[in-house]
Write a protein that binds this ligand. Structure first.
Ligand code: FMN
Length: 402
């Protein structure tokens, strides 16, 4: 979205605290942001932080002599390529649907002929209320597009639909919007695996690992943003579904393999999930009871299916580009180089997951891309930037092959 101009309207929901991150990410992608904030919005995020991050004035007053003189409510929308309302409260959606213009934000929204994207955020009951749902329908019919909301924990302590999409998803939706012309991966299908797997010991216990799914989900979101039909097969994570992906939720390695195989054929497979190597040989369907004096149960482990190797050796069903991930704690590049040959995949993204790196749960990653032609060391960057860079590589790979 290099050079694109986003007019970001911030209304008064608790999720406004995440908007500085949205501003930062838009600018990271080369976009310009100008913010308008409602009185409610100012209760949750300061105009000063938005001004500092956007490097622009923040507008809030409809009746300001100086602002109206310098910019004016009509010009605010004229100078934008798109208007995004994030977070969009129940209140601002109601005022938009009713055609009200009783503050700067709604006046701009009523006066604009630019595309409008709303990112709702509210308590689940506010979201499910018939009034909000009717306003949503009205706005959709008028051409407003929506990003989220998603299911999840809410600041009010409840759980359900109404949580604002994460900043990466919001910016992904903007990238999608600006890429609406030719999409370099349109017509292609990618399968991405993400997250950990849970291997049952009995109905209440399981073996898991520390994968958060952040990297795999970011890759799925980036592929979808470039027009790729994306099937995300994910183990249990706390993450919202990335925008634009078909999401299949599984628990065990065997479930994951079955879901991946049923999603074939594909042009691209990205195996980013941390699949458990082993499971217990049996998983009784009743809880194993602790009994006084009885021996501690011994768990016998058996090997799980190797999803990356299975996909890489799937004969005529093999996707033309298979990318594996190697989570290593020592000799990262050497181990990953060996893994590429053993598994038969095309590329390996190797990352150091030693506890000191914080890779598993953190937001950044230091990776090495290993291919037939050698190893590239990428700088430490956010997981969404790793995803972007990887997807750019995928695009170039297919362009070169054509
Ligand atoms: C602590 C607090 C949190 C709130 N969070 C939300 C919210 O997440 N979503 C929402 O629609 N309204 C929320 N509200 C209510 C709005 O702030 C209120 O409807 C306000 O009038 C919205 O004004 P605006 O849409 O002009 O910004 C919250 C209110 C308070 C006091």
């Amino acid at each position: 979205m290099q050079g694109k101009r986003v007019l970001l309207i911030v209304s008064g929901g608790i999720a406004a605290v995440k908007i500085p991150e949205v501003v930062r990410r838009i600018r990271e992608q080369g976009g310009h942001v100008r913010c308008v904030i409602t009185e409610g919005g100012k209760q949750f995020v300061t105009p000063l932080s938005l001004a500092a991050l956007s490097e622009d004035k923040v507008y809030d007053d409809l009746f300001s002599l100086t602002d109206e003189n310098e910019m004016g409510h009509i010009n605010l929308s004229r100078q934008a390529d798109v208007i995004m309302v994030a977070p969009a409260t129940a209140d601002i959606m109601a005022r938009m649907a009713a055609g009200m213009a009783n503050d700067l934000a709604t006046t701009v929204l009523l006066a604009t002929d630019k595309p409008v994207i709303c990112v709702p955020a509210m308590n689940v009951r506010m979201w499910e209320h018939a009034a909000t749902q009717a306003n949503l329908e009205t706005l959709k019919q008028r051409g407003v597009t929506f990003v989220g909301p998603v299911d999840g924990d809410m600041a009010c302590g409840e759980f359900g639909m109404g949580r604002m999409s994460e900043p990466a998803e919001i910016v992904g939706a903007l990238v999608n919007f600006f890429n609406a012309g030719p999409k370099p991966l349109a017509g292609r299908h990618a399968i991405v695996t993400s997250g950990p797997t849970h291997e049952p010991i009995d109905p209440v216990r399981y073996i898991a690992n520390r994968s958060s799914g952040k990297q795999g989900h970011a890759i799925a979101a980036a592929l979808a943003a470039y027009g790729c039909k994306t099937t995300l097969v994910t183990g249990p994570t706390a993450l919202p579904d990335p925008a634009g992906c078909d999401v299949i939720k599984i628990e065990s390695a065997r479930d994951m393999l079955a879901a991946v195989e049923s999603a074939l054929p594909a042009d691209i497979a990205v195996c980013a999930a941390a699949v458990a190597d082993w499971r217990t040989d049996t998983a009784p369907d009743q809880k194993i009871k602790k009994q006084a004096g009885a021996d501690t149960p011994a768990l016998t482990m058996v090997e799980n299916p190797d999803i990356l190797a299975t996909i890489s050796k799937a004969g005529n069903k093999r996707p033309p580009l298979v990318i594996g991930f190697a989570a290593e704690t020592n000799d990262v590049v050497a181990n990953a180089t060996d893994k590429r040959t053993r598994k038969g995949c095309d590329w390996i993204v190797a990352n150091d997951v030693s506890p000191s790196t914080g890779t598993f749960s953190g937001d950044s990653n230091t990776v090495h891309l290993i291919s037939e032609t050698g190893t590239e060391d990428w700088p430490t960057q956010s997981k969404s930037d790793v995803a972007q860079q990887l997807v750019i590589r995928i695009i170039r790979h297919f362009e070169a092959a054509e």
